[in-house]
Design a protein around this ligand. Structure first.
Ligand code: NAI
Ligand code: MG
Length: 399
């Protein structure tokens, strides 16, 4: 097979540290690729007024597959203040390059697996009968609709005339909100389209079938949010009945799901949700398997074959300039495995996951988060592995 070219997007802060280590692991596993560096993040906002330059979009368009570390984001005003003097006061408005990537390439499928590794001291445990302690095995894959819903960006404060008039056609708006002065109103919409809803549902069912999960759970709130959540659940019922009869369809409300999270996490398989609830439920499950050092994600568009693979964590600026990097590279390495799965290099992905599992099970090499240490620069002297040492341990298992 022709050698692949992977777009390399380190971004900011610890994104650079973890991506570097993930590439070493990919190389050690025998993945043959060229990496082309692309610009993204804070530096490019400050210097060029754009954290996601067109040349980066062009590279991703051309090569299709990108590995991404993390970026730093700041609120609008703080961002404007950090622009280089030449770019100040030109009306440039900061917006997150991750959201930009999702929208530009319509990366509408976000997949976040949460699988516990045996021997991870951060695994969730609970009290069992008597004085027993149980450590449930979590193996959940969350499919989050990545482009619409409450994060779709269609929102107003002090809504303009036409929007206000439209709202006034709804009896509940008239009853509950028409007495409030318009300038005291903020409105964020939650728009679901049938097309995108069907795509995320089908992606979830397909994954359940291909990877042997017995159930797909729609995690929304259809009893209250009748139109959007209601549509998603109804469509899930139809798709399940017509095309995936062997897979059970479950339905949970997001609030109850967060309560059940710690009660019976081992019962769930694939979970599918809209943008915001998917964000929430995936962070919830990630907490059970070790948190940000372990939470990986894939975002892709099955039609174009474009995919961006990244850890869920951010750039952790506090940790970025330590003389020796201490953050856990596993979330990034796991994200690289999702990339391998996506390009049908499943055997390589399985090899790397096995190596990670062995290092964790052995328990000799652990980053500061796994040792529950405060994340200070001196943790390496106190027995914690550095970012590089953790990658080295994984590489040693690949040999
Ligand atoms: P963060 O995820 O960067 O860090 C929060 C805390 O989690 C860190 O202080 C550290 O204690 C821990 N942590 C994160 N990654 C870790 C790892 N690999 N190993 C061990 N511990 C780890 O979130 P925070 O501090 O809220 O945001 C920092 C910056 O990152 C902000 O500018 C934010 O906008 C941005 N961000 C970017 C994301 C992305 O690029 N996808 C996602 C989340 C935040
Ligand atoms: Mg989140």
């Amino acid at each position: 097979m022709a050698k692949r070219t992977i777009v390399y997007l380190p971004g900011d802060g610890i994104g650079k540290n973890v991506l570097k280590e993930a590439i070493r692991v990919l190389n050690a596993a025998g993945f043959e690729a060229d990496y082309v560096h692309a610009d993204i993040g804070w530096e490019f906002w400050c210097q060029e007024g754009n954290p996601l330059p067109q040349r980066t979009l062009d590279l991703i368009e051309k090569h299709k597959i990108a590995l991404f570390g993390a970026i730093t984001s700041k609120p609008k005003d703080a961002a404007a203040a950090e622009l280089s003097p030449a770019l100040q006061n030109q009306g440039l408005v900061y917006s997150s390059p991750i959201v930009g990537l999702r929208q530009h390439f319509n990366l509408d499928i976000c997949m976040r697996p949460c699988r516990s590794y045996k021997g991870n001291p951060l695994n969730f445990i609970r009290r069992g009968a008597g004085s027993s302690i149980e450590e449930p095995e979590v193996d959940v894959v969350i499919f989050r609709q990545n482009t619409e819903g409450l994060y779709g960006g269609v929102e107003w404060s002090n809504p303009p005339d036409k929007v206000y008039e439209a709202l006034m056609t709804h009896p509940k708006f008239v009853k509950n909100f028409s007495q409030t002065p318009r300038e005291e109103l903020s409105v964020s919409t939650r728009i679901f389209t049938k097309k995108a809803t069907e795509r995320i549902l089908r992606a979830a069912f397909e994954h359940a079938r291909n990877y042997g999960y017995k159930s797909v759970t729609v995690c929304e709130k259809p009893n209250v949010i009748r139109e959007t959540s209601g549509m998603m659940y109804k469509m899930a019922q139809q798709i399940q009945q017509s095309d995936y009869p062997e897979i059970e369809l479950w339905n949970t409300n997001i609030d109850a799901q967060m309560m059940w999270l710690t009660k019976n996490p081992e019962d769930y398989g694939v979970i599918v949700a809209g943008n915001m609830f998917g964000d929430i439920v995936s962070d919830g499950f990630a907490g059970l398997i070790g948190g940000l050092g372990f939470a990986c994600s894939a975002q892709f568009n099955p039609d174009s074959g474009i995919g961006v693979f990244e850890p869920t964590h951010g750039s952790a600026p506090k940790y970025a300039d330590y003389p020796v990097s201490i953050v856990n590279p596993i979330a990034m390495i796991e994200s690289a495995c999702l990339m391998l799965d996506f390009i049908d290099e499943n055997t390589l992905a399985a090899r790397i996951r096995k190596a990670v599992a062995e290092v964790i099970a052995e328990g000799k090499v652990r980053t500061y988060d796994m040792l529950k240490m405060p994340g200070r620069p001196d943790v390496v002297g106190k027995g914690a592995a550095s970012t590089t040492q953790m990658a080295d341990a994984i590489i040693a298992k690949l040999k």
